[in-house]
Design a protein around this ligand. Structure first.
Ligand SMILES: Nc1ncnc2c1ncn2[C@@H]1O[C@H](COP(=O)(O)OP(=O)(O)OP(=O)(O)O)[C@@H](O)[C@H]1O
Length: 227
């Protein structure tokens, strides 16, 4: 039996004043892509923060293997070039720096000429691409990705999706929150649909259709019916 790369049982999670999410149980298995969906304010980012152990109020249990987190808003060290982020990553991994591979990935994502520049001056999409490359090179057991599609141009989305697929083949699990439901429907193995801090439906596309009472519907229409 496969062992999950991520297993969470969140009884309660929130901020100083109030609980935002309740009774969120989720699992991600090796090679699986799970979509975390829900309207604005449903609690997706709060759920992700609890998985990362950075939520101020939390009751429950989280078991997670080696992970990489790709935030919705990219975060870089001030005063470091993009390339310095890559060299720093490999110093923490105690692996020799794969210069050729890093160069090839930077080329592929159109960041090679920018590699000695400061990411804080990049466009949002360029910053996001840098974050994606940093996490890919880490080769984690599980990726936690918060809304990856908003800042990326169509070519970058295509490359990103190809890489996600390759990482799944390697055995990595992925939990990805998104509002882009037509893409989610195509790529996710399972879905977790949240509203008002709780899970309102979860499972495969078939199970989501059954829960929404719409046997032929798209994920978009199921989402609309359920939320
Ligand atoms: N730092 C914070 N302090 C207090 N409340 C917060 C904080 N961050 C989020 N919240 C509240 O938690 C609730 C859920 O927000 P969250 O960001 O988890 O939603 P989301 O599903 O990720 O939404 P979106 O799709 O808009 O990104 C909202 O009511 C929000 O106001």
């Amino acid at each position: 039996m496969n062992v999950p790369v991520l297993q969470a049982d969140i009884h309660k999670g929130g901020y100083q004043e109030s609980d935002v999410v309740q009774d969120i149980a989720l699992e991600v298995y090796p090679g699986e892509l799970v979509g975390l969906l829900g309207p604005n304010g449903a609690g997706k980012s709060t759920t992700i923060k609890s998985l990362l152990g950075i939520l101020p109020k939390f009751e429950g249990s989280i078991e997670i293997k080696d992970y990489a987190y790709i935030p919705e808003r990219p975060i870089y060290y001030e005063g470091w070039t993009l390339y310095e982020h890559f060299t720093f990553l490999f110093s923490t991994l105690e692996e020799s720096f794969p210069e050729e591979k890093v160069g090839a990935l930077l080329h592929e994502f159109g960041l090679y000429d920018m590699r000695h520049h400061y990411p804080e001056r990049f466009s949002k999409g360029m910053q996001q691409k840098g974050m994606i490359l940093l996490s890919l090179l880490r080769r984690p057991d599980v990726y936690i990705i918060d809304e990856p599609f908003m800042g990326l141009d169509p070519k970058a989305v295509k490359r990103f999706l190809t890489m996600v697929k390759e990482e799944q083949k390697r055995g990595a699990g992925v939990l990805m929150s998104t509002h882009v439901l037509d893409t989610a429907e195509k790529i996710c193995d399972r879905f977790i649909l949240m509203a008002e801090g709780k899970i309102i439906a979860s499972g495969t596309m078939e199970e989501i259709r059954r829960a929404s009472g719409l046997p032929e519907a798209s994920l978009f229409d199921c989402f609309d019916a359920l939320t």
